[in-house]
Design a protein. Structure first.
Length: 121
């Protein structure tokens, strides 16, 4: 017999659905991170990777989804920030906007990493 609780993810079917959504987001992130052309900010870095990362963090924080391990998130952050630094010219941002955008990117990765550290501790 399945366990039930009052929250929206309080049953086995809903938790399975959450796990499936999480797996899709992680797969998207991995695909973009692994492709040197797609990872650039003017390609999928800003249009798929960062939105997927934010939604993943939201699902982890709000719904209790299982995040990737902290070391994986650190690798993703390092790789994307390097790609962002190398390709930000295509975004045509002024210096202040560029610095602000980079800070948001770093904070988003650190948010997910913090959730992961808490989840796996």
């Amino acid at each position: 017999m399945s366990e039930w609780s009052e929250d929206n993810f309080g049953n086995e079917g809903a938790r399975d659905y959450l796990a499936m959504m999480t797996a899709k987001l992680v797969a998207t992130i991995r695909e973009v991170i692994a492709d040197d052309e797609r990872i650039t900010p003017d390609e999928d870095g800003e249009s798929l990777l960062m939105p997927s990362l934010e939604i993943l963090a939201l699902l982890c924080e709000r719904c209790g989804a299982a995040p990737p391990r902290p070391a994986v998130i650190q690798q993703w952050r390092d790789k994307y920030l390097a790609a962002f630094d190398a390709g930000h010219q295509a975004l045509n941002l002024d210096a202040d906007s560029l610095q602000a955008r980079r800070r948001v990117i770093d904070n988003t990765f650190r948010w997910l990493e913090s959730l992961s550290e808490t989840y796996y501790s």
